[in-house]
Design a binder for this molecule. Structure first.
Ligand SMILES: [Zn+2]
Length: 329
């Protein structure tokens, strides 16, 4: 019986061969018995480097699945485990854009496995699951109330890892005294689409809001006020509050890892990541209506889905042991 098992989503905790990028995989662990052979492919890259840009680089997870099936398929059957491990790293760093791109890469990998299932529907089982959630990601943020504006994260052009490197370069050429946030604003715009609104433009919008809220304001003024309010709160411009958060994070970033504050409050703010990097991704995510509760794994339930022979054993959500008649579900 052929077996393909596909694992993960944004819920994985370990580095797997599916996360390898760029260079040919290294194969190891061949068994002499072809029917029970095992192949593991180790990423040839240092930990975390695989997340340096959004989406798959070099060999994609889908390409690994195609190649893996080609290598493993034999009359006695095989088992394959594939993990989208980069999703977990991105969620640890509270970087929604990177996690979404890596989830899409895993989705394409599952599509390759699914083709195999379609060719051998009676002897293939595909299971997709996660070992845990990471980051406590929610669609919903206090600052946007019921709304979300997910298209805003399209503006993110690099993952936190790549941005960290750019900040590191800047830090290497500056001291905390000579470093200026204004120097890195173009980089912040390039990476995240976030910018600081021209003060004159901001004053104009704020005046429109005040005029529209004044007693006896015309319908036109009220309309203009609503539009100005929308631009102030929903634009990709940093609000005053966000700018002060970015300024604090920039100062911490410029200190370098050893000199940074290490108290509990600092951990809550930055989670041990580069302060500027982690604040910019969370600000952008919050503007999009996405929020985070942790830099670690969480107890959020994970879904398991399956297709193929025996799939009925797996297709359930949050179902505990028992027959369900006595409140034991
Ligand atoms: Zn993890």
């Amino acid at each position: 019986m052929r077996r393909v098992r596909s694992r993960s989503s944004r819920y994985s905790s370990t580095v797997s061969w599916m996360t390898s990028t760029g260079a040919p995989p290294r194969l190891c662990g061949w068994s002499s018995n072809a029917s029970r052979r095992a192949i593991s492919v180790e990423p040839s890259y240092p930990h975390r480097d695989a997340v340096r840009v959004l989406g798959p680089v070099g060999y994609s997870p889908a390409e690994y699945v195609t190649k893996g099936i080609e290598l493993l398929d034999n009359p006695k059957g095989f088992f394959m485990m594939v993990e989208g491990g980069k999703i977990d790293w991105a969620c640890h760093a509270n970087d929604a854009a990177a996690s979404i791109h890596d989830t899409l890469a895993l989705d394409s990998a599952i599509a390759e496995a699914y083709k195999f299932y379609e060719a051998h529907p009676d002897e293939t089982l595909i299971i997709v699951t996660g070992d845990h959630e990471t980051g406590g990601m929610t669609i919903g943020y206090a600052g946007t109330q019921y709304a979300s504006f997910v298209d805003k994260i399209r503006n993110q052009k690099m993952s936190y890892i790549e941005f960290d490197k750019k900040i590191e370069e800047y830090r290497a050429n500056h001291t905390p005294e000579t470093a200026k946030l204004v120097d890195v604003l173009p980089l912040i715009y390039e990476a995240f689409g976030l910018h600081v609104m021209d003060p004159a433009k901001r004053a104009e919008l704020e005046k429109a809001v005040a005029d529209g809220g004044a007693e006896g304001a015309s319908d036109e003024a009220k309309k203009a006020a609503a539009a100005a309010q929308k631009e102030l709160t929903q634009s990709k411009a940093l609000t005053d509050l966000e700018l002060s958060v970015v300024e604090d994070a920039f100062s911490q970033s410029m200190l370098g890892e050893e000199e940074r504050a290490s108290d509990d409050y600092t951990y809550l703010l930055y989670g041990g990541y580069d302060p500027l990097s982690v604040k910019l991704t969370t600000i952008l995510n919050n503007k999009a209506g996405i929020a985070w509760t942790s830099y670690s794994h969480t107890g959020v339930p994970v879904q398991t889905s399956a297709v193929g022979t025996g799939a009925g054993l797996f297709n359930s959500v949050g179902r505990a042991e028992g027959d369900g008649e006595h409140g034991d579900r």
